[in-house]
Ligand binder design. Structure first.
Ligand code: FUB
Length: 344
């Protein structure tokens, strides 16, 4: 739900209509990446704070400094805040803006993947490791070689391969990497280097990870989303095209690539036959929530599927003070995801 309509909202009424409530209220949390490890749910969110930075289209107001991991015994049990798992001051290459993270596990080691701006103001993606799913995490001294942009999501395929999906336009800087090098034009504009409305939309990126999950094993490739006729979505398809917040889950042998449309505030999905796509646009997962951003993950627990998402209802609409929520997600008999209305 866009900023300019917030002043008309009665939050008491809205919260009474919300299909779910914040999982924690002691801190603001956003961008939930949920996984089941050893039979428990672990949520890797951003930790929203108000650092006093003004709202702009680069997302300067998202000035997060650390990560807290949430854990739950089941989707209906209380969520536990496990405290600081990693702070920007402990990451040698990172200066600021610890945005949406993800995590995964391999051979008993937990890997936290996170974006942050380096000392040149360029978003990179780093990795930190721990023997516990809730940290504390020890960061690698450098960001992943040749990494860029934001919103890493690491999918483990059934054959044991791990793939990182990432990228985000506007403040996420994806459009500044169109020719493989960073275009450092100053002052930074979220709109420079975007394709025209009638050109193919910018794509998220995917790269297989090395066996130790610390590097890309290949040059990142485009995650192409096509329409039902096999034609790439265009940049002008703003209610469908990729903006940020990649996620992948596998259902009945198909790969579901899901993402946010950013400035039109939807979560959408597209279906493919392999981790690289192409993915055919499938529809909307979630209608707009209160707050500018929408970001999510999809995770199976005991045979049911859940959507983890966020909204700004607890902060009464403050864009950068969000709260993580969850609700059940249904795949219908044809494999389509039933669109969720966040407020009844
Ligand atoms: O939380 C900061 C940014 O807002 C994330 O990286 C985006 O996906 C959006 O949710």
């Amino acid at each position: 739900m866009p900023e300019d309509s917030i002043e008309h909202i009665d939050f008491d009424i809205l919260n009474s209509k919300a299909i779910s409530q914040p999982l924690v209220t002691n801190i603001y949390t956003a961008d939930p990446s949920a996984h089941v490890f050893n039979g428990k749910i672990y949520i890797y969110p951003s930790h929203d704070v108000d650092a006093g930075d003004a709202f702009d289209d680069l997302g300067s107001h998202f000035a997060m400094e650390d990560y807290h991991i949430l854990s739950m015994d089941s989707p209906t049990s209380p969520a536990v805040d496990n405290g600081v798992a990693l702070h920007v001051n402990d990451v040698a290459w990172a200066k600021k803006q610890m945005w949406a993270p993800d995590a995964n596990e391999k051979n008993g080691t937990y890997y936290l993947f996170f974006p942050a701006k380096d000392y040149e103001g360029i978003f990179r993606i780093g990795v930190a490791t721990s023997s516990s799913p809730v940290g504390p995490f020890t960061p690698q001294p450098q960001a992943i070689k040749n990494s860029f942009s934001i919103d890493p999501a690491v999918f483990k395929d059934t054959d044991g391969s791990y793939y990182m999906y990432f990228g985000g336009i506007w403040g996420g800087q994806l459009q500044r990497w169109r020719n493989g090098v960073f275009n450092a034009q100053q002052p930074e504009s979220p709109f420079a280097f975007l394709p025209n409305a009638n050109e193919p939309a910018l794509c998220a990126k995917v790269a297989k990870l090395t066996n130790n999950l610390l590097e890309f094993d290949e040059t990142p490739k485009d995650v192409l989303i096509v329409d039902e006729n096999g034609k790439p979505l265009l940049q002008g398809h703003t209610d469908k095209r990729f903006f940020e917040a990649s996620w992948v889950h596998k259902y009945n042998g198909k790969y579901y690539f899901s993402y946010s449309t950013g400035d039109t505030h939807f979560l959408c999905y597209a279906i493919g036959n392999n981790p690289y796509g192409p993915f055919t646009y499938g529809g909307k997962i979630l209608e707009p929530v209160v707050g500018w951003t929408s970001h999510h993950s999809i995770c199976e627990f005991n045979g049911k599927w859940y959507l983890f998402y966020h909204d700004s209802s607890l902060s009464k609409g403050v864009t950068h003070l969000r709260s993580v929520k969850l609700t059940e997600l249904i795949h219908d008999k044809n494999g389509k995801i039933v669109t969720i209305e966040p407020y009844k």
